[in-house]
Write a protein that binds this ligand. Structure first.
Ligand code: AMP
Length: 253
């Protein structure tokens, strides 16, 4: 097996050595982002997907799209989502399986919002092994979890200021990342909206649901040495760099 390691800087302003388009020889079959709502999973998953040219899947976005299109899955999930609860494991896994298969690619997946339970984590392991023809039992191919931890008070503060574009899905924050023109998406000028599940009572429910599953889920990755822990209470740039530094050693080009 050929291993050509490149050095890579996560700071956009620093000259980058090597190229991200070098074929990937080894690495996790998926990067999964764990953490409470508002931890920045979506922001950092998107960043990594862009940097590595990897497909990113947000299960929350996929569900919201089903709800907006009033598909059978959307109608089944809408009420659960509006209450801040989790869609049943088997429904999420089947939806994700179909979504991944429809992408028709075999590169490392960046998953935002999945898994949210040990059941889902086990399902993902099994699915990825099957997808790679069962020959990827090696540890470096197992999914790698990036857990972003954020205090509850900070989550409440962030989510109450979160606004998103219903058209392109971009996220803003009234405090830390406001749009250039108040209330309007910078990219397509659509009027920004607050997610219905970002109301205070639903955020509390979502935090409780997260906390119920978080320890066991993180442990399922930590026990295999597949958990990267990041303090998410700082700035977006600081978190981005911390992820970059920890992640670098797990990709061998
Ligand atoms: P998110 O955008 O990741 O906060 O997800 C929004 C909502 O979609 C969640 O509160 C759940 O109701 C549902 N959802 C998203 N991902 C999952 C998942 N992996 N398991 C169960 N429900 C999910």
């Amino acid at each position: 097996m050929i291993e050509t390691k490149i050095s890579y800087s996560w700071d956009r302003d620093v000259h980058r050595v090597g190229t991200l388009h070098t074929p990937r020889r080894l690495g996790p079959a998926a990067l999964v982002f764990l953490g409470p709502p508002g931890a920045g999973k979506g922001t950092h998953a998107q960043h990594i997907a862009n940097e590595y040219s990897l497909p990113r899947i947000s299960t929350g976005d996929v569900f919201r799209s089903h709800v907006a299109r009033k598909t059978a899955l959307g109608l089944q999930s809408a009420e659960i989502m509006s209450r801040g609860l989790l869609v049943p494991d088997d429904v999420v896994c089947e939806m994700l399986r179909e979504h991944i298969c429809s992408l028709g690619c075999s590169s490392c997946l960046v998953l935002d919002g999945f898994p949210r339970s040990v059941y889902q984590a086990n399902w993902l392991d099994c699915f990825l092994r099957t997808r790679s023809g069962n020959n990827h039992e090696l540890l470096h191919n197992a999914p790698l979890a990036i857990q972003i931890s954020v205090e509850h008070d900070e989550v409440m503060r962030r989510l109450s200021g979160r606004r998103s574009c219903p058209s392109c899905g971009r996220s803003y924050n009234l405090d830390s990342q406001p749009p250039v023109n108040s209330g309007i998406c910078d990219y397509d000028e659509t009027k920004l909206v607050m997610r219905p599940d970002d109301s205070e009572s639903v955020i509390r429910e979502r935090l409780m649901v997260h906390d119920e599953n978080a320890l066991a889920l993180a442990e399922s990755y930590r026990s295999r040495g597949r958990l990267l822990q990041i303090d998410g209470n700082t700035t977006v740039d600081a978190v981005r760099n911390a992820i970059g530094i920890q992640l670098e050693s797990h990709f061998i080009f």
